[in-house]
Design a protein around this ligand. Sequence first.
Ligand code: GYE
Length: 319
Amino acid sequence: MKRRTALTGTAALALAASLPLPALAQKKIVLGFSQIGAESEWRTANTESIKQAAKDAGIELKFADAQQKQENQIKAIRSFIAQKVDVIAFSPVVESGFETVLREAKAAKIPVILTDRAVNAKDDSLWVTFMGSDFLEEGRKAGRWLLDKEKNTKGDVNIVELQGTVGSAPAIDRKKGFEEIIKTQPRFKIVRSQTGDFTRAKGKEVMQAFLKADPKKINVLYAHNDDMAIGAIQAIEEAGLKPGKDITIISIDGVKGAFEAMMAGKLNVSVECSPLLGPQLMKAVQDVVAGKPVPKRIVTQESVFPMETAAAEFPKRKY
Ligand code: GYE
């Protein structure tokens, strides 16, 4: 017993001696992060992941919530530049209009990391890396699931679409990817398409309007995220219809709320989009500060969860 303790003590001393002193004395990395807002369950999980990962990595996080407004994000980025943070990261609410402020960060020699959503600026030297999902592929997965589900049916399939925030990368690409697949079979028709801004409240409101306009014709709802689908489910029930049966519902994210809806038989499928970007963001921040190379694009790996798999998957879900 005694001998073991002694050995452990020696080992501990040796370990302490081998630690490079400058590493202990190094100052904390400061990361400025501009978050979009708190519009969805996805976003809340993303914020938690980033805050927790910063804590775990010993990185000082300056967190700013833009409340879904681009002007607030631009202000936050300018303030991070003024504070001379080590790295700036942000999730751009929309794709366009960030060049000027990105150039300001570059001029101040502060590296920028894009997380979750992309920008459409031509000059890709304005950011070090972009980490997040492949939204185009998510849209395709949604489309493929629907084509497969309807493979033995005949006649028109009328689809209504709830789009995400206008001008945002996920809204643009999830629409494009879905359309790319369904247009291979002309009987699949998007009869109405409108933004629900990624929120439950807006999803419900727009679905109510869709139902009023065409009460009998809607076969499928394609929602760009789970929250809008959940809002729409309420509207469908209030209209006296059965969500998941009278109207097939497809959405994206795979948050817990979607799993609950699937287990209740009200949502048919959710295409996974992981918000747990915190750990890989902190790793990239550390690498960038250490001058190590980071890949220009880091893609999140994701699955598709049909209703039938929900009960088995639910206990494993982390967001
Ligand atoms: O799907 C949605 C959120 O940018 C991937 O934003 C994200 C999307 C996510 O509000 O729920």
